[in-house]
Design a protein around this ligand. Sequence first.
Ligand code: G3I
Length: 378
Amino acid sequence: MLSRRERLRFVASGTALAIGVVLALVAAHTPKDAVASEPPGELMRTGPTSMFARGTLGPALRALAQPYGVRLGSAVNSEALLRDPPYAEVLAREFGTVTAEDAMKWGRLEPSRGVYNWTPADQLVNFAARNGQQVYGHTLVWHEATPAWLTADELPRQEAADLLSGHITDVVTHFRGKVWAWDVVNEPLEADGSVRETLWSRSLGPDYIAQALRLARAADPSVRLFINDFGIEGVNQKSDALYAMVQRWRAAGVPIDGIGFQTHTTTSRGLPRSFVANLKRFAALGLDLAITEADVRMPLPVTPDLLETQAKIYGDAVRACLAVSQCVSFTVWGFSDRYSWVPTVHADAGAACVLDADLSPKPAYAALTSAFPMRSAG
Ligand code: G3I
C-alpha cells in the first residue's frame, strides 16, 4: 500500500518529468557567458545576473518541498552571507531551512572558555527570521572544530562533565526558540560501529552521547534532538550499531528525536541500494529523519556526463527522502560550487553543489526540482 506521499509522487511524476526535462535543457544548455558577460568575480560585485537573480523558472525548491512536509535546506557560509548579496538572494529564495556550516561549532562559538562569540551565528538566525526560514543547529558536540583551549585527549571525569554541561546548556539556551533541531553529537561512531575515541568518550565513556542528549533536552524541552553521522546511509556495520544504540536509548528514556544522514557522496559511489530500507527501519523506531549534508563531488574537470550522473544521484536522494514520510528535512551542504568545502579537502574533486560558481543552476538543480512533483500546498 503506497503512502499518500508516495501515491502523489507516482501520479504527478509525469508532470515533474516534463518540467525537469525543460529545466535540465535550460540549465545544461545555458552557456555561462549567456548568463553574464563579466567574469565570475565581477558578477558577484556587480550584482546578480544569473537566472536566479532574474527570478524566473518556476517555484523555488522550498516551495516545491513544502507540500510534502520536507524542509529543503542548505548549509550556509557565514562570510558569503555577509559579503555576497547574490548568494544571500538565492539562499533566501530557494531554501526553507538553513544550517550554519561552521558558525555554531564549539570552536567558533566559544573561542575562549566561557566567552562566547554569538555574532556570526546570530546573523544567520536573524537572516532566517527575516526570510521565513527555520534554522538547524550544527553542532553541539564534535571531535573536530574544537576551540584551541580544548585540545586534551582526556580530562578528569567531573571536569569533562562540567565542560560538556556548560557548553550545551549555554548554547541551547541561547538559541532556544530559534532553532528547530540540533545535531547534538556529530559523527560519534567509527566505520565498524564502535564509539569513536574522542575527548568525551575517553573522559566520560560511551554514555557521553546519552548525557549530551539529556543536557540538550533539559535546556530546551521542545527542540528536536538529532544524532548526525556519515556512512550510515545504507544498511551496514555502522548503521546497525547506531540502530542498536537508538533502541537502547529509547528503552532507557534517553531523549532522541531524529537521525541525520549526512549523505556526502561522489559521482562514482552514488547512493547505497539499501538507502530507503535503512531510512525506513530508523523511521520505524519512531524517529524523524533528515538528510543533513547532501553533496555529490566529482573528479575534475567537469564534463556533461559527470553533471548528469550528479543530477541523477541528487534526484535519487530526494526520492529516497520522499519515500519515507518521517524524512522531514533535506539539506545540501552548500548550494554553490563557489563556496563548497570539497576542494579544500579533496584536491582532485569538486563541483559538488547544485549551482555552479556563478550561481547558475546545474542539471542537479533541475533534478531536485523534478524530484518534487508539482503540488499545491496540502
Ligand atoms: O574562518 C577561518 C579563517 O579565519 C582562516 O583564515 C582559515 C584558514 O585557517 O580558516 C577558516 O576556518 C575554516 C572554516 O571551515 C571556515 O571556512 C577552517 O579552517 C576549516 O577547517 C573549516 O572547515 C569546515 C569543516 O567542516 C571543519 O569544521 C568546512 O567549512 C565545513 O564544510 C565542514 O563541514 C563538515 C560538517 O561540519 C560535518 N560533516 C562533514 C562536513 C564536511 O567536512
